[in-house]
Design a protein around this ligand. Structure first.
Ligand SMILES: Cc1cc2nc3c(=O)[nH]c(=O)nc-3n(C[C@H](O)[C@H](O)[C@H](O)COP(=O)(O)O)c2cc1C
Length: 307
């Protein structure tokens, strides 16, 4: 049922997903990425309501009709039980016949059958080997491996160890997340055994994102030494700029487990991964993709010459 979508994911000329980001991914960012042949993702909760999600999906597909080489839009569903919109958003994605959905924060088991029935491929993000095994058992088509230094809610695993361990039992699509900001790193992810790279942080400081000007300026100024791990925002460990955390050092910390509402209520958190070091200016999505594409082709050329 999902073979066509998987074939598309595995044959992208630039093997990359513009990762979903709360408070950052806009329809404009997603469309710009897809038009450049990069899978564009956004969390469904970035749309303020199911009606708005419906409008976003219609608008995105209208704008991509007839664009040669356009990659699919891949909405991101937070599958944690605290997501009150889960059922309604899921129904909306099925109505729009999206070809790829990326699940996060929880087991994808409850949504896989409904999405497969609609012909949609499911990628699940995972931060541990245990989560990877469980998601594979739930029948997902792909795994997004969150590794150390990824932006947003991150993992802590070493990417080399994680990809190799997952490849021992999973032959579906593997997407590597964490610190991929140029073409050489993207090619390295494929050499390691991943099919695709998940790129978030480099797209925050783009003209198409909905990040604030101050946040973009902070990203341009920051290096990976400025990224701190904190669970203060959503209850899960996330990569956040130290400057933002320090400015709120006196603010009460909301303790407790992950709650979808807390995440959505804090869209202005200055989150960034270690890839921030390579964010040197505010540019367009097309410029970011062009830079990564050029580096990827050069890296592949170097490797092929050396063979
Ligand atoms: C500001 C920000 C918001 C994010 N929001 C989400 C989200 O809503 N859903 C999700 O699955 N991942 C989210 N992430 C994680 C990204 O999808 C992705 O895993 C990460 O950015 C990849 O690593 P990189 O930042 O090193 O490129 C977010 C990341 C950032 C930086």
């Amino acid at each position: 049922m999902t073979t066509a979508s998987l074939d598309i994911l595995r044959s992208l000329p630039l093997p990359m997903i513009a990762a979903p980001m709360t408070g950052v991914s806009s329809p404009a960012l997603v469309v710009a990425a897809c038009a450049e042949g990069v899978v564009g993702s956004f969390p469904t909760h970035n749309a303020g309501s199911v009606d708005e999600l419906d409008d976003w999906l219609s608008g995105m597909s209208d704008r991509l009709v007839g664009v040669p080489g356009a990659a699919p839009v891949a909405p991101n569903l937070v599958v944690h039980p605290s997501n009150r919109r889960l059922e309604a958003d899921l129904a909306c994605l099925r109505r729009h016949q999206v070809r790829v959905v990326i699940t996060s924060v929880g087991s994808p088991a409850a949504v896989v059958p409904a999405l497969h029935e609609a012909g949609c491929a499911v990628l699940a993000d995972v931060a541990t080997l245990r989560q990877a095994h469980r998601a594979a058992q739930a029948g997902v088509d792909g795994l997004v491996l969150l590794t150390a230094g990824a932006g947003g809610q991150t993992g802590h695993a070493n990417p080399f160890a994680f990809v190799r361990a997952v490849r021992e039992f999973f032959d579906g699509v593997v997407v590597l997340a964490g610190g991929i900001a140029d073409g050489r790193a993207l090619w390295a992810a494929q050499v390691l055994g991943a099919d695709l790279g998940y790129v978030g942080t480099p797209f925050i400081a783009t003209c198409e994102s909905v990040a604030s000007d101050d946040y973009r300026a902070a990203l341009v100024a920051a290096t990976l030494d400025d990224v701190r791990l904190s669970d203060a925002v959503s209850g899960l460990p996330a990569s956040i700029l130290a400057q933002w955390l320090d400015a709120r050092a006196d603010a009460p910390v909301t303790a407790g487990d992950f709650q979808e509402e807390r995440l959505v209520a804090n869209p202005d958190v200055w989150s960034a991964g270690h890839a921030v070091t390579q964010v040197r200016e505010v540019s367009s999505v097309a410029e970011v993709v062009a830079r990564i594409r050029a580096g990827y082709q050069a890296a592949r050329g170097l490797v092929e010459l050396a063979r």
